[in-house]
Design a protein around this ligand. Sequence first.
Ligand SMILES: CC(C)(COP(=O)(O)OP(=O)(O)OC[C@H]1O[C@@H](n2cnc3c(N)ncnc32)[C@H](O)[C@@H]1OP(=O)(O)O)[C@@H](O)C(=O)NCCC(=O)NCCS
Length: 183
Amino acid sequence: MEASSFFERTDRLILRRFSTGDIEPFHLYRSNPEVATFQSWEDYQYHEAQVFVNQQIQNHPNQPGSWFQFAVALSGTNQLIGDCALHTPLVEPRIVEIGFTLSPEYQGNGYATEAVGALLRYVFHSLGKHKVIAFSDVRNSKSIAVLERVGMRREGHLLQNYMSKGQWIDEYQYSILKSEWER
Ligand SMILES: CC(C)(COP(=O)(O)OP(=O)(O)OC[C@H]1O[C@@H](n2cnc3c(N)ncnc32)[C@H](O)[C@@H]1OP(=O)(O)O)[C@@H](O)C(=O)NCCC(=O)NCCS
């Protein structure tokens, strides 16, 4: 794979653009009820995956007012194993929000921690952002563990901050400043 065709690489992974070949594996893990437990979506349909991936193929990271989804793939085979999201807000684009998901068969190997670490490097080093934030359902212990392993701080406990599947959800806000990441 050419250097220009991915955003970041680690020992085992690359963060790259989505392609049409990812639609099937993406749909497979997004439609898994276990993956959706703490997420906004439910019963994710194949045509939703098609629309989503085709939109991401047109998108670029760091566009104020939009989300960009990075495909997380094994560097050896280019197989999609999950994704990382980056939101660049319109009002203050120097503070960005991230999210992440791994296909269940690839969980438990440190891949999410490795991918989010690479995303932080891209955001601070390549994009020069000031601060990264992430929200996690307080019950989502695996997500909280990833956020803490990459060095993010719990900055807030936000009560009934998010409506998911008909109920208000408490969330933690995690953050890391560029100055903290550089240390
Ligand atoms: C959140 C999510 C990505 C975490 O996945 P994960 O596989 O637990 O996280 P990692 O890939 O970093 O793997 C960590 C685990 O691998 C283990 N591991 C094995 N080999 C490892 C290695 N070489 N390096 C690091 N960790 C390793 C760790 O000990 C840890 O295990 P533990 O959970 O038993 O302590 C996953 O649960 C998910 O996709 N959930 C659904 C979507 C979601 O809720 N996303 C969060 C919203 S922001």
